[in-house]
Design a protein around this ligand. Structure first.
Ligand SMILES: Cc1cc2nc3c(=O)[nH]c(=O)nc-3n(C[C@H](O)[C@H](O)[C@H](O)COP(=O)(O)OP(=O)(O)OC[C@H]3O[C@@H](n4cnc5c(N)ncnc54)[C@H](O)[C@@H]3O)c2cc1C
Length: 454
């Protein structure tokens, strides 16, 4: 078979990494093709960020309506229709996926609705079509890791859970990371009995320990086991999950199991044969320009196995396209904010090691309960925590509060620009807003917070 066409750039996978790379390359006037074996938008649009946040938005609204009497509003007995919630998610996902299709077409990107494989460097096959590519960008993402233990083969993962139309009575979530805890929030809010089983000694292990402890305490309806390893399960309709804990073997009963123990890079067929160097986590190894060990082949997004966020994936895509078009911008993984859509939300930015206080570090913390705007929202649980070095340069900010996932952008700017506390406080913060929690926490470092009660 002879190659039919030659592309300046051919992209494998149309998630946030792939479609961003394709559109940016097309904007530079290059001839671009992209292959997607499933639905445009990838994990983020179809089974990740967007479905999760759609469900969370609905359960949060339900909770607000249930708590309406605190706002002097009488309501009946609100109920969430789970089948309609799934339909709402399907509508949103389809619209966003079609939006990506429109953007790709509008930029003249040629879309192949098929899985692609790499025949040799510069030679790609998408479905039955063979083509040449001056540059190849692999953006094939990642898939949920499985646990090779007896009885877990038919567990749900994030790939299946958003297709479910009947709620289980009980759900055991194996893995208390970001995805696991967001799922715990969703399903416990829907009155499913949720148990989280985490192998490490705390949930959300990438956050500050005080954040992990606070979130664990606030998940009142969820039973959480930490330092707990699943050994095996018994039963089908009703599972008995055996876990090793520091207090000995325990069992958890659950109708369904959700595995959320991390994600594994997905390499395209042929990727191994062309000699791509891999990282210890099985991702494609790249340099600071997102270039792999094979000339002309780049890898971006979750397939690198690094920092699996949509917003990191699209940044990596822009770096790869810049390099392809003669630029020399380097990828930076400094100060990537993390966001978790629990209730309250959690967000943080900066060096997590700054939490390990030494005498020359400074801390400021301000509780949500002392903030006027939070009081108007009947929100009492949470805080902001700011850490600076001895010179006052802000090193880390963590927030547990409503809309923390929005507030973190201001914090990220401060940390990324290396502002010190005084510079941070120089800019006005309006009143009454939730963002004042950052201002007050920073003021605590200087000992000038007016509203803090010791
Ligand atoms: C439940 C959940 C919630 C999440 N929430 C967030 C969040 O709130 N914020 C955030 O930033 N991130 C979130 N993420 C992570 C985010 O979804 C990923 O980081 C992001 O999708 C990575 O983008 P990507 O383009 O690298 O890979 P993907 O989005 O996985 O896209 C890869 C695409 O490649 C396709 N593909 C694979 N092999 C081939 C092949 N051989 N040929 C052609 N196509 C192929 C796949 O079908 C897929 O569409 C979440 C993930 C999950 C699972």
């Amino acid at each position: 078979m002879k190659p039919t066409e030659t592309y300046d750039v051919f992209v494998l996978g149309a998630g946030p990494a792939g479609y961003t790379a394709a559109i940016l390359a097309a904007k530079k006037g290059l001839r671009v093709g992209i292959a997607e074996g499933s639905r445009l938008g990838g994990t983020c649009t179809n089974t990740g960020c967007i479905p999760a946040k759609t469900y969370i938005e609905s359960v949060n609204l339900l909770a607000r309506i249930k708590g309406a009497s605190k706002f002097a509003i009488e309501t009946g007995n609100p109920k969430l229709d789970f089948v309609k919630l799934k339909a709402r998610k399907d509508r949103i996902v389809t619209r966003l996926s079609k939006g990506i299709e429109y953007l790709l077409k509008q930029h003249g990107v040629e879309v192949f609705g098929a899985n692609a494989s790499i025949q040799e460097p510069g030679s790609i096959k998408a479905g039955d079509v063979l083509m040449r590519a001056r540059n190849t960008i692999i953006a094939t993402g990642a898939s949920p890791k499985m646990l090779p233990l007896p009885g877990l083969q038919d567990s749900w993962t994030s790939n299946e859970i958003f297709g479910v139309t009947t709620l289980p009575r009980s759900l055991a979530i194996i893995g208390g990371g970001v995805i696991g805890m967001e799922m715990a929030h969703i399903f416990s809010s829907l009155d499913v009995k949720v148990t989280v089983i985490e192998a490490l000694d705390r949930i959300l292990p990438l956050e500050d320990r005080h954040v992990s402890d606070t979130v664990a305490r606030l998940f009142r309806k969820v039973e959480i086991f930490t330092s707990a390893r699943v050994t095996h399960t018994e039963g089908h309709e009703q599972r008995k999950i055996f876990i090793d804990t520091p207090a000995g073997t325990k069992t958890v009963d659950a109708e369904k199991i959700l595995l959320s123990i991390g994600r594994q890079p997905v390499l395209p067929a042929g990727g191994g044969e062309i000699g791509l160097a891999l990282t210890p986590s099985g991702g494609i190894g790249v340099d600071e320009y997102m270039h792999s060990s094979v000339p002309g082949v780049y890898a971006v997004g979750d397939v690198t196995g690094n920092h699996m966020y949509a917003y990191v994936a699209s940044r990596e895509a822009s770096i790869a396209v810049d390099h392809i078009t003669g630029g020399s911008k380097k990828m930076s993984y400094r100060n990537i904010p993390s966001i978790i859509f629990t209730d309250p939300e959690v967000a943080s930015v900066g060096d997590v090691k700054a939490e390990n206080r030494t005498s020359e570090k400074l801390n400021g913390r301000f509780p949500l309960s002392a903030l006027g705007r939070a009081r108007t929202m009947e929100a009492h649980e949470g805080y902001a925590h700011v850490v600076s070095d001895s010179g006052g340069v802000i090193e880390r900010i963590s927030i547990v509060a409503p809309h923390a996932t929005e507030l973190i952008s201001w914090a990220a700017l401060a940390v990324d620009q290396g502002l010190n506390v005084t510079e941070f406080l120089d800019s006005y913060c309006p009143h009454p807003v939730l963002a004042e929690i950052l201002k007050e926490a920073a003021e605590e470092i200087l000992g000038i917070s007016v509203h803090h009660v010791s």
